[in-house]
Write a protein of this length. Structure first.
Length: 276
């Protein structure tokens, strides 16, 4: 999520709209609202902010200093036109970069990504469970081939990779994808995104790389090469063995929950096994 600080509501609103058209969460804050707003945001919510875009505001020095005291997210200054003196002034205030209008949201993403790499806040790419993840807007490589993903699914995958040593909750993923102040969309939408992401990855890998536990959240499972081969062979055998093998080759629809996939046939087996 990006935070846009500009006392011109039209400019700030336009920036937020541009981010949202690219599928990126953003929120606009005016300078007189900033102190109270910033104090109300806890540290865990600050960690999901990917950058601050600061345009025409009062007390620019105090605002940038206050942000730096609690957050390492990139500070990008917005200016109306290229001007050496203003650019040098912003760098002297601790800004990481300066952008002159007009600019594209993708340029902001690329610049903020470059800043984070320099600050060692994120790796340029990560290989895990047969998946190579980039953090500059490119689609991931799965088994060496590009897997085209919708923006939000790609950002969920990036979130899982960055937190691969720990589980992330549905709320944490929602905050990173949709923003911490989005009240218009319910966080349960994350379950639908993850369901589709799991199916896409499973088609390429032959197994589901996302592990989920109720109340604990999600994480990526790391498979060795032998485990991946065993998983693929097991899936193939389950479709070709048994007296009703030809019928079992039909794809069974899945219903997704935080507990993982639940097949419709599971209900049938439970019902048939019950003596009542």
């Amino acid at each position: 999520m990006f935070v846009v600080l500009d006392d011109r509501s039209t400019v700030a609103g336009g920036c937020v709209a541009c981010f949202e058209r690219e599928g990126i969460a953003a929120v606009a804050v005016e300078s007189h609202e900033f102190p109270e707003w910033f104090e109300s945001v806890n540290d865990s919510d600050l960690s999901v902010i990917e950058g601050f875009l600061i345009g025409s505001v009062e007390h620019r020095r105090q605002i940038s200093s206050r942000i730096r005291s609690r957050c390492r997210a990139p500070l990008i200054g917005l200016i109306e036109a290229r001007a050496l003196n203003e650019t040098l002034e912003l760098f002297s205030l601790g800004f990481d970069d300066v952008l002159a209008k007009p600019f594209h949201v993708r340029e902001v993403l690329a610049r903020s990504g470059a800043i984070r790499r320099r600050m060692k806040m994120a790796e340029q790419c990560v290989d895990i469970a047969g998946i190579r993840i980039f953090f500059d807007g490119r689609d991931p490589l799965v088994n060496g081939e590009v897997l085209s993903l919708p923006r939000r699914e790609r950002r969920i995958l990036e979130c899982l990779v960055l937190s691969r040593n720990t589980r992330v909750t549905k709320t944490q993923i929602f905050n990173r994808v949709y923003g911490i102040f989005n009240d218009e969309i319910h966080e349960n939408v994350i379950e639908s995104h993850i369901s589709r992401l799991r199916k896409r990855l499973k088609q390429r890998l032959g197994h589901d790389p996302i592990d989920s536990q109720r109340f604990l959240g999600y994480r990526l499972k790391e498979f060795s090469a032998d485990e991946q081969m065993s998983s693929a062979e097991g899936a193939a055998n389950s479709l070709t063995q048994g007296p009703n093998a030809s019928l079992e080759q039909t794809i069974i629809p899945e219903q997704e929950s935080v507990d993982g996939p639940l097949r419709i046939n599971d209900y049938q087996h439970l019902r048939h096994g019950c003596p009542v």
